[in-house]
Design a protein around this ligand. Structure first.
Ligand code: PMP
Length: 575
């Protein structure tokens, strides 16, 4: 490796004196800032501090990322989306009108667009048929003017990742900067090349808050590289490239790890189900394997399918004119409802009407490039999926719960109290609902707050998931188990009441004080607005409480079940 960063910095950048504000130059601890022509106060109701320009450094965000990503703070650059960083890298290291940028189509179009904006020549080396980079072909096309290459990993629109070996080969033998764009890496984190920034001075890894962190609207992206590369980027970037609200949202997203994880699991499960279902649809020829939150689907007639979906209010990305992607649509994984809507609309596609569809679509794509636009959006969804994600934070606990009433009994429970986890698992398994619970509480004090707040959050999640409650059975009861017997009666009618008749013989069950179980169900009944009558008998407290949770699960299962009507289960007409 003969990489020499200094030789990569164009003269006009090396010689530049960066912009500096009075506040950057001030070293004291002043509190009266009359230097930047700002308003002294924010408007009422606005986030505090937005009347001021952000500090030059989004310090706290950088600090958090540094700890999570295990890189020095000096190795992080934060940008107004990765898009800004892509452009900035070219301005830092390429000479307009002289240098070249290499891309590997089919890939993210922004690399070529920003290269052209910066008057740089684009050298394209197409991916192989399996969408892999062929390093031999790359090196045949590299010239002394090739300063930078962009590897999209996982690749947009094909969804595949490159092998670690091939990227390392490029890092070792290419004498310029290798940008690895990991916009979708959260969906396959084990394939991230971020740790390699410590070994390769020519590697820049890009990540973003726009995908798995759900913040596409906030515009926050990050580059990780050597301190020297980041230093050049800092030198020429806009002094306040990230707005205060964007910084605040990104910090908040980083503090929502449980929701982040739950979303990734949900999207990956949805993606795999969607892929299986699309394979069976008319005109599908192939669904490519994906490591991202979208699928590339090869169809017999991309234009016609795209146009048909558009008429049903569904916008997908037509990639059929990209190299190696003939007939291909790129489809983002949506909610379960959105995915179902897509499948239903596609399944209704009538190839007999195809010729008209193609004509319509061609007329449309002549006016605007893809994505296909909807003519008459029809957002009428079929059956609503009943699910909810709830986060509740107090000074004592931080609880995130996702519940999915039409689930399969999947449970991922982590409260720090193993016996309680085991009980909550019963709710998922025997209630045939998916339940994910991530709770962190002040267990160093005792389990009380964690159990109570989990119950409140669970009740809230159930209530939200039930929505209007139309068509539910409302009541339910069951009587299971062994020498112990538990009967749980519930009414999801909207009022709260707990009748508790469970005479435990001991003071402690597992690591939990026995009285906390009553407290759990009371908190749940209040927060879910639900009447609960719980009665149990038995000799063994562990059996009794387990029977109660199982019966509770069965009861909930029955009470939330839909009865094929849209009727409100009350003579009052509301619940
Ligand atoms: N890289 C890739 C591969 C992308 O697909 C996208 C957006 N579609 C981006 C970067 C842009 O990310 P950001 O929103 O952070 O600008």
């Amino acid at each position: 490796m003969r990489f020499n960063l200094k030789s990569m910095i164009p003269e006009h950048i090396a010689e530049l004196t960066p912009y500096s504000s009075a506040r950057d130059e001030y070293e004291g601890s002043g509190s009266v800032f009359l230097d930047a022509n700002e308003l002294p106060d924010a408007f009422p109701g606005m986030p505090p501090g937005v009347n001021r320009y952000p500090g030059k450094e989004p310090g706290e965000l950088r600090k958090k990322l540094s700890a999570i990503k295990e890189v020095d703070q000096e190795q992080i650059f934060l940008g107004n989306g990765s898009d800004e960083i892509i452009d900035l890298l070219m301005r830092c290291f390429c000479r307009p009108g002289k240098d070249q940028v290499m891309v590997f189509p089919p890939t993210f179009g922004m690399y070529s667009v920003r290269a052209r904006v910066n008057s740089l020549q684009v050298v394209s080396v197409n991916l192989e048929q399996d969408f892999r980079i062929n390093p031999e072909k790359v090196f045949q096309s590299v010239t002394p003017a090739t300063r930078m290459m962009f590897i999209c990993h996982p690749n947009n629109p094909t969804g595949n990742t490159q092998t670690r070996e091939s990227i390392i080969r490029l890092l070792e033998d290419f004498n310029g900067i290798v940008v690895v764009d990991e916009a979708y890496i959260d969906f396959c984190p084990e394939k991230s090349l971020l740790p390699l920034v410590q070994n390769y001075p020519n590697l820049v890894v890009l990540q973003t808050f726009s995908k798995a962190f759900g913040l596409a609207g906030a515009r926050v992206g990050a580059a990780y590289a050597s301190g020297e590369i980041i230093g050049v980027m800092q030198k020429i970037s806009f002094p306040y490239n990230l707005g205060t609200p964007a910084i605040m949202l990104a910090e908040k997203a980083l503090n929502s790890h449980a929701i982040y994880k739950m979303n990734i699991r949900r999207i990956i499960a949805g993606r795999d189900q969607l892929a299986d279902a699309i394979k069976k649809l008319p005109l599908t020829e192939m669904v490519y394997p994906s490591d991202a939150n979208f699928l590339l689907v090869k169809t017999g007639e991309a234009d016609a399918v795209c146009s048909h979906l558009a008429k049903n209010g569904i916008v997908v990305r037509n990639r059929s004119r990209e190299p190696g992607c003939s007939g291909c649509l790129r489809i983002t994984v949506g909610t379960e409802e959105e995915n179902r809507h897509l499948l239903k609309a596609w399944a209704a596609f009538d190839p007999a009407g195809m010729e008209k569809d193609i004509r319509d679509n061609l007329a449309m794509t002549e006016q605007t490039e893809s994505p296909c636009q909807a003519e008459k959006p029809d957002h009428g969804m079929q059956t609503k999926i009943r699910q909810a994600t709830v986060r509740r934070q107090t000074s004592e606990t931080d609880i995130t719960i996702r519940i999915h009433l039409e689930g399969t009994g999947y449970a991922d429970i982590s409260t720090g109290i193993p016996f309680f986890d085991h009980m909550l698992e019963q709710i998922a398994r025997h209630g045939m609902m998916d339940l994910e619970v991530a709770a962190s509480g002040d267990l160093e004090v005792d389990p009380h707050h964690t159990i109570e707040d989990t119950a409140i959050s669970l009740g809230k999640a159930l209530r939200e998931a039930l929505g209007e409650k139309k068509g539910i059975e409302r009541y339910g009861f069951e009587l299971p188990m062994d020498e112990s017997q538990a009967r749980v009666l519930a009414d999801l009618g909207g009022r709260s009441y707990l009748k508790w008749d469970v005479p435990f013989s001991g003071l402690q069950i597992g690591e939990i004080p026995a009285t906390l179980f009553k407290h759990f169900f009371r908190s749940f009944s209040e927060s879910a607005a639900c009447n609960l009558h719980i009665h149990a008998t038995g000799e063994d407290d562990h059996h009794m409480v387990e029977a109660v949770f199982k019966a509770f699960a069965r009861t909930l299962k029955r009470a939330v079940a839909k009865n094929n009507t849209d009727a409100m289960p009350s003579t009052k007409g509301i619940l």
